[in-house]
Design a protein around this ligand. Structure first.
Ligand SMILES: NC(=O)c1ccc[n+]([C@@H]2O[C@H](COP(=O)([O-])OP(=O)(O)OC[C@H]3O[C@@H](n4cnc5c(N)ncnc54)[C@H](O)[C@@H]3O)[C@@H](O)[C@H]2O)c1
Length: 585
């Protein structure tokens, strides 16, 4: 018996059915509730039809019953977003009849005494928020507002088709249409890829060979360094309701960080995401100070000072003297050896890497870097902390660049090699944007700063990204990327607020000249070759990281790339994508 059978049985029953809802009521749960005559929920309940998030649509009548209940426009919005809403909102939308402050079952019994009410399913459509004649317009608009079918929007378009059926067809025909569209989606590649990511995410904290360990409580946090990363990390703690003390040696850095924090919370208020009062409360959770002793009662301290082993070792020695026993000492280093940092303390078992991505309060990825001596409790706590901060924690071995950056170095090297063979950076970027990345490799380099790129290149022991070191030449020319108005591209304040990459013939000429000097002959390169070479660079390094045990599972790498680097989710991540369509053929 499937949920469709249960729903059909309720629908044909002569009794009044009431759904009493508590906790998370998602997907089939909501579809079951929709067939009932009345719905009542506790104030803490949440309702959602999240199928779209895994590339599906509600397949047990939801696409036909919801528009009949709350109107086509509201139903579309609810199902296209897929995020659950609190009971109060569900009541406003008309999904619920009541929110019960007292016992929800008692409230449901009272509703059950009322007469049957089956109009939503059986009668001809009454499109509540859209007059019938405007329904086709709403449907057409919706198609325009979602991504194209070929680029992440397949399920959205099918969902809109299903809602269109609810508007145009008798109920039973609509149900049949929904079932057919659902089956198409189940078999579709985007949905398979999204389900792969869904399950990969659930695997993340399963660490083979790690003894069961209890997470330590995290009630207070500390951050050292109030720069770009430190302030973002502090905001992430505050958003999770964890008080955080931020220590920096520079008054100027603290002033800037204070402004960043206030600016960010004000922005959330403007967006309507927080009330003024909530924003104020959260901002108050962040304390800036130059007094290190204030870190003494923190359960976790994240270091985010300059990327220098000497500076970090000094900071860790200081933390070792101040932090309470059992406190977790974490570093946000991008490239340095965690074990070398841990050696500066007498408690290497408490040291772990917590590699946040910029902006740390927004990016959903956290690489958790395990040192030689990191204890199981500390790792378990790091995973719990990731969840508390609403991030996807991925375990990485302590190897240069960890998972994400190690792979991106190879990708950038290949992008430079392709440019040396005569393809302008703008074309390389355009190909990868068409593939689905939000930006291409060169714009990405310009965004993070070419000086940083060169430092990383030097730290990795590589002579150049590519064979000719155009990156180094650009840095010498003072072209450090977006921040200096020029890097691989030019930037103009008047064009896209100085963030829009403008192709620069000077850089094309620089690549051509460097290639001539190195004896690299220009040649015709197809878009397919550009894409495949770049994807292959990612995948080959990914395979090496798996062999070396730096990454645990291909799915972990996929999560890193989708949530940290903008790899298109409907393609499932680089490793998943290569499995289906070998980029390295
Ligand atoms: N920016 C990124 O994209 C990014 C991403 C991930 C990780 N990281 C890593 O995060 C760390 C910080 O990077 P950032 O971009 O925030 O740097 P930043 O230069 O913006 O900030 C560093 C801050 O540390 C402070 N500081 C330096 N030495 C100190 C000391 N001894 N005691 C107290 N404060 C000190 C500085 O005053 C400064 O405010 C680095 O290890 C970096 O590799 C950076």
């Amino acid at each position: 018996m499937t949920i469709r059978d249960v729903i059909a049985a309720i629908e044909s029953s002569v009794k009044t059915h009431v759904a009493a809802i508590d906790g998370n009521c998602l997907g089939g749960g909501v579809e079951l509730a929709l067939v009932c005559d009345y719905r009542v929920a506790t104030p803490a309940a949440k309702l959602g039809l999240p199928e779209i998030l895994i590339g599906l649509l509600p397949g047990a009548g939801g696409t036909q019953r919801l528009p009949r209940l709350i109107g086509a426009r509201a139903a579309l919005e609810f199902m296209l977003k897929g995020t659950p809403v609190p009971a109060k909102r569900a009541l406003e939308l008309g999904i619920l009849d009541e929110v019960a402050e007292g016992d929800v079952v008692v409230a449901a019994r009272e509703l059950a005494a009322r007469p049957k009410r089956r109009a939503s399913a059986r009668e001809a459509i009454v499109a509540k928020d859209v007059p019938m004649q405007a329904a086709p317009y709403v449907v057409a608009q919706a198609h325009k507002m979602v991504p194209p079918e070929s680029n992440g929007g397949l399920a959205a378009h099918k969902l809109i088709d299903a809602v269109q059926a609810s508007v145009e067809l008798p109920f039973n025909f609509g149900l049949a249409r929904e079932a057919r569209l659902f089956d198409e989606l189940v078999r579709s590649e985007p949905s398979q890829a999204l389900r792969h990511l869904f399950f990969a995410e659930r695997e993340l904290s399963r660490i083979p060979g790690l003894p069961e360990a209890r997470a330590l409580p995290i009630e207070r946090a500390g951050v050292v360094g109030a720069g770009t990363m430190g302030s973002g990390i502090a905001i992430a703690f505050a958003q999770a309701g964890i008080p955080v003390v931020v220590v920096d040696s520079s008054d100027a850095a603290v002033d800037t960080a204070r402004q960043t924090v206030m600016g960010m919370f004000m922005y959330r208020v403007q967006q309507g995401k927080l009330t003024q009062e909530e924003a104020w409360k959260r901002a108050q959770l962040i304390e800036f100070t130059d007094d290190w002793s204030r870190l003494a009662d923190a359960d976790v301290i994240v270091e985010a000072v300059f990327e220098s082993l000497d500076v970090k070792r000094e900071v860790f020695a200081k933390l070792d003297a101040i932090a309470k026993p059992g406190a977790i000492l974490a570093t946000n280093t991008s490239t340095l050896d965690i074990d070398e940092i841990a050696k500066a303390t007498k408690r290497p078992a408490s040291v772990v890497g917590l590699h946040f991505f910029v902006p740390a309060n927004i990016m959903p990825l956290l690489e958790i870097v395990r040192g030689d001596k990191t204890s199981p409790e500390v790792l378990a706590t790091a995973f719990t902390l990731a969840k508390t901060l609403r991030k996807k924690g991925v375990l990485s071995g302590n190897a240069f660049g960890f998972i994400g950056n190690r792979m991106i170095f190879d990708y950038l090297r290949e992008a430079n090699a392709i440019a040396e063979e005569g393809v302008p950076p703008a074309r390389v970027d355009a190909v990868m944007k068409r593939f689905g990345f939000p930006m291409g490799p060169f714009a990405m380099s310009d965004l993070s700063g070419l000086d940083i790129g060169r430092q990383v290149q030097a730290a990795s022991g590589a002579q150049a990204f590519g064979r000719t070191n155009v990156l180094g030449r650009l840095v010498e020319m003072g072209r450090l990327g977006q921040k200096t108005g020029a890097g691989y591209f030019r930037y103009d304040k008047a064009v896209g607020k100085g963030r829009e990459p403008i192709p620069d013939p000077e850089v094309d000429a620089l690549f051509a000249q460097a290639a001539r000097e190195a004896g690299i002959a220009p040649r015709e390169i197809s878009d397919d070759e550009i894409r495949e070479r770049l994807l292959r660079a990612l995948v080959q390094r990914g395979e090496r990281l798996l062999e070396e045990g730096v990454a645990l599972r291909p799915g972990d790498i996929d999560i890193v790339y989708v949530y940290g680097y903008g790899f298109p989710p409907h393609l499932g991540g680089p490793m998943w994508n290569a499995r289906k369509e070998p980029a390295h053929a």
